[in-house]
Ligand binder design. Structure first.
Ligand code: DON
Length: 313
């Protein structure tokens, strides 16, 4: 066991309790009604190293849905299905500075394609690229890919969260129909594209799953446990770059300065982060700050990254 890991093990419980205080200033997401049932005071973290080491502290037994964290992995699958040219014909490579569900730039900036694959509009466009004859087949391919990366064959869509989102997703529906009008979506049935998108956002995980998925990214697409290359290195490089520039939405700049690690958040309060070549990290803290990121989760990652000088910059 290396010194850093031992020190982490010793200090993490106190750091977590310190960060937990921040949950009081956050709010659990409620625009997807089912998400409002999450415990606002919860905070948990799991770290995996490449040698079967696992550290887990706090409320790691909590199960939650991937939400926007899934967008990193559907991007990887779309790249594996279509290559860079195919994917970047439909989405751009630039941060927006706008909210994750914004429609603004789709109308303002020609040619009306989403700025990047991690905002809702971009992720809906990416969902439309996943190969499969039916929405069920596409969703199953996505779930199978996530299961392989997470090392758990039991990952499933949380049906209650899926139903709750599909019934209330007026804004995402507007985005998708706008994308159809702009020629980004080629499908005739936009509801089928939305079904795939809502379902991959509703796949249920724990911090352990996030940490294992992140570990594969930390090792450039290779599962360090089996030695198998699960994703081409180039595509992981693209995904990690988006995580730095857009992974925490319009808080990505501040996060890059304060934490300095590739990361992706979701409105369920999850954050997937990685220390390149070293660790995969999964955090959950459902109370969110106004930008939609876990308020205590961001604080905890900043504390750890600062203490061990993990910033990539
Ligand atoms: O489309 C939505 O609004 C959700 N399924 C995902 C949004 C999300 O996680 C944004 N996160 N910060």
């Amino acid at each position: 066991m290396n010194g850093e890991w031992k020190e982490l093990e010793g200090r993490l419980p106190a750091w977590l309790e310190e960060s937990r205080k921040r949950t009081a200033s956050g709010k659990v997401a409620s625009y997807i009604p089912e998400l409002a049932n999450a415990p606002g005071e919860a905070l948990g973290i799991t770290l995996c190293d490449g040698h079967n080491g696992v550290l887990t502290v706090g409320d790691c037994g909590l199960h939650f849905t991937l939400q926007s964290i899934s967008k990193v992995f559907t991007l990887l699958l779309a790249l594996m299905d279509h290559g860079e040219e195919g994917v970047f014909a439909k989405v751009g490579m630039e941060p927006t500075g706008d909210n994750f569900n914004s429609m603004l730039k789709l109308e303002l900036v020609e040619p009306g394609i989403p700025f990047n694959p991690l905002i809702n509009a971009g992720a809906i466009a990416v969902s439309s690229l996943i190969k499969g004859a039916t929405p069920a087949e596409k969703t199953e391919r996505i779930a199978a890919f996530f299961r392989e990366l997470a090392g758990d064959s039991s990952l499933q869509v949380n049906e209650a969260v899926y139903q709750s989102e599909t019934k209330t997703a007026h804004r995402n529906r507007s985005l998708a129909y706008f994308l159809k009008a702009n020629g980004v979506l080629e499908h005739d049935d936009i509801e089928e594209v939305l079904e795939v998108y809502f379902k991959h956002c509703s796949i249920e995980v724990s911090c352990m799953h996030l940490a294992r998925m992140a570990l594969v990214l930390a090792y450039d697409g290779k599962d360090p446990q089996s030695g198998r290359q699960l994703v081409p290195r180039r595509y992981v490089q693209i995904a990690k770059t988006f995580m730095i520039t857009c992974g925490m939405y319009n808080e990505s700049g501040a996060f890059a300065i304060r934490v300095g690690l590739p990361a992706k958040s979701g409105v369920s309060g999850g954050i997937l982060a990685l220390v390149p070549g070293k660790y995969g990290i999964g955090v959950v803290g459902p109370a969110l700050n106004p930008k939609g990121n876990s308020t205590a989760g961001v604080h905890l990652l900043e504390t750890i990254s600062t203490a061990f000088d993990w910033s990539m910059f």
